[in-house]
Design a protein around this ligand. Structure first.
Ligand code: SF4
Length: 189
């Protein structure tokens, strides 16, 4: 049953255009995955039926930056790959958001080497840092919901040139796994 079935056909709804835009934008985030390592597996898992990112309207992963508005960088990024990340970021239309997923993307993690970028925020603006090595799907989901809350509140800080400033929100680590949606049964008949 859709909204039109619940309301009389000849009624008129009035709303602020800004709120309508934010409402639709909140539930139609199209992520662009940039997954380089083990965090990418958790990223894929977040979109699976078990965690069902579709409930939040953010399951339509696009592999073209021109069709995306949320860049999720999952895993370590090498110096060699950073220009590619920057190019992808600039190709995404405004308004756009960036999630840094996992310790490696945010800080280089255990890879304190000359070849690995020690924090992607040195090169692209990051809105939400998702902690963990790797973060569980629930943590990534919380990161996406954080961005949704900011969209709903229309809390999009803009510079004078119209571009957004990064939100710079770091999620609290959560050591408690969430309630599992269904019991895992292996080999059950
Ligand atoms: S944070 Fe951990 S799980 Fe994620 S890419 Fe780095 S080593 Fe792998």
């Amino acid at each position: 049953m859709g909204l039109e079935a619940a309301l009389p056909q000849d009624n008129i709804l009035t709303a602020q255009l800004n709120k309508l835009i934010n409402w639709t934008r909140k539930y139609s985030i199209w992520p662009m995955p940039f997954a380089t390592a083990c965090c990418g597996i958790e990223l894929m898992c977040t979109a699976s039926s078990r965690y069902d990112l579709a409930r939040f309207g953010a399951e339509v992963f696009r592999f073209s930056p021109r069709q995306s508005d949320l860049l999720i960088i999952a895993g370590r990024v090498t110096n060699k790959m950073m220009p590619v990340v920057q190019r992808i970021y600039t190709q995404i239309c405004e308004p756009k958001w960036v999630i840094s997923m996992g310790a490696c993307a945010s800080t280089g993690g255990v890879f304190d080497t000359y070849a690995v970028v020690q924090g992607i925020d040195q090169f692209v603006p990051v809105d939400v840092y998702v902690p963990g090595c790797p973060p569980r799907p629930e943590m990534l989901r919380e990161g996406i919901m954080t961005i949704q809350r900011m969209i709903e509140a229309d809390n999009l800080p803009r510079k004078k040139d119209g571009k957004r400033r990064p939100l710079n929100i770091a999620l609290e680590p959560n050591y408690e796994p969430g309630t599992q949606p269904v019991d895992v049964t292996v080999g059950a008949t």
